[in-house]
Design a protein around this ligand. Structure first.
Ligand code: SF4
Length: 364
């Protein structure tokens, strides 16, 4: 029997509430211990918005993206709420997820060469995907595929459809993946480090395509990245993640210019051009006031360790230069950042006991 999914028409986007993902850790001589690799994530993706999910390797970004697609490893356990236009995805069966993937939610992976079948022509792979969403006569399907490639600025689509993936450049392959993901007109597009393997020129043009696709199809995009250049170029909103938890979130213009969480501040300051990014007020207590050319780039001490995920207090405490005893004892609660005392509208929030100043003298 084919499972059916009722898709509501209300265009509210994707809502994620208290999402956690647990993986088993083998224990010699006993049953596995469950470790939370994503913990209590709450955020939303609105139609027409690009949200950057940013963090170091191992922070849980990709697992979060896979949870939203119903593509977690079979041995993983998840809990929490995922709703798309008020439809509860977290209650879907695998058959229902299969109906949703591609049509409602689509994912672009980091390495298009791995995602595409090297033994089949691009046209044949795109046609197979198109057939899943729209049954078309072969001649009409060819025209639809040409239009799909032209939409992502791939010239000579007729020739390109006859190519094998290895005959295309990295940037062209990633554009093919974007075109493929958009064939089902998804409401949510999850792009997992889509430009990580590209040179800067290809990276920028692929990002521009993502932005155009978001505007054209009015879909919500979750852009997973560890690169602030990528985030700054296209994202409207930023989610900062570390050790499986969200630490700060808000409009990109606010989070990148006036970071409040010490982790965000340290990451931005560690960029070669970090001092240009952070407002003078928010960096003054960590970045010495020396000319940019002579500034020694600060590094975050230590390394991420899986044990950090299980800490009772702040997960960033072992690496934070501003940690005090309270940070180890108690997990910080979410607070709202305000750029001035009358500003109640800015949805910039952070979870830090001793945050960076916001440029207005507000430090905690
Ligand atoms: S809560 Fe404490 S340890 Fe964590 S980032 Fe803030 S100051 Fe640093």
């Amino acid at each position: 029997m084919v499972a059916t999914v009722n898709v509501q028409t209300a265009d509210t986007g994707l809502q994620v509430g208290d999402l956690s993902v647990h993986l088993p850790v083998p224990m010699p001589g006993s049953s596995p211990r469950w470790q939370a690799v994503v913990q209590s994530m709450s955020f939303s993706l609105k139609p027409g918005q690009i949200v950057g999910l940013v963090g170091e390797s191992g922070s849980g970004k990709t697992l979060t993206g896979r949870a939203l697609m119903g593509l977690l490893p079979h041995h993983a356990r998840s809990e929490g709420r995922i709703e798309l236009d008020q439809q509860a995805l977290h209650q879907c069966t695998e058959a229902q997820w299969r109906q949703l993937r591609g049509r409602q939610l689509a994912m672009i992976f980091q390495d298009p060469l791995m995602a595409l079948n090297p033994l089949r022509r691009v046209g044949s792979q795109l046609a197979e995907v198109l057939q899943r969403y729209q049954r078309q006569p072969k001649s009409a399907a060819h025209e639809v595929l040409c239009q799909a490639l032209l939409r992502v600025r791939l010239a000579d689509p007729d020739k390109l459809l006859r190519c094998y993936p290895h005959e295309l450049s990295g940037g062209m392959r990633q554009r093919v993946m974007i075109a493929m993901a958009l064939l089902g007109r998804p409401r949510v597009l999850i792009a997992d480090e889509p430009t990580a393997a590209l040179d800067p020129t290809s990276r920028d043009s692929v990002l521009d395509e993502l932005k155009r696709a978001c505007e054209t199809f009015h879909c919500a995009v979750l852009l997973i990245s560890h690169d602030f250049n990528v985030v700054e170029r296209v994202c409207d909103h930023v989610l900062m993640m570390y050790a499986g938890r969200l630490l700060e979130q808000g409009p990109a213009s606010s989070v990148l210019r006036r970071p409040r969480h010490r982790y965000t501040q340290a990451l931005l300051a560690a960029r070669p051009q970090g001092a240009q990014w952070i407002s003078a007020a928010s960096q003054e207590d960590t970045v010495p006031a020396v000319p940019q050319a002579k500034r020694k780039i600060p590094v975050i001490k230590g390394q991420f360790n899986a044990e950090h995920r299980a800490l009772n207090g702040c997960v960033f405490a072992p690496r934070c230069d501003h940690a005090r005893p309270l940070c180890q004892q108690q997990a910080p609660l979410w607070e709202k950042s305000r750029h001035d005392e009358n500003d109640n509208t800015l949805n910039h929030r952070f979870a830090c006991h001793f945050p960076a100043t916001n440029g207005n003298g507000e430090s905690s």
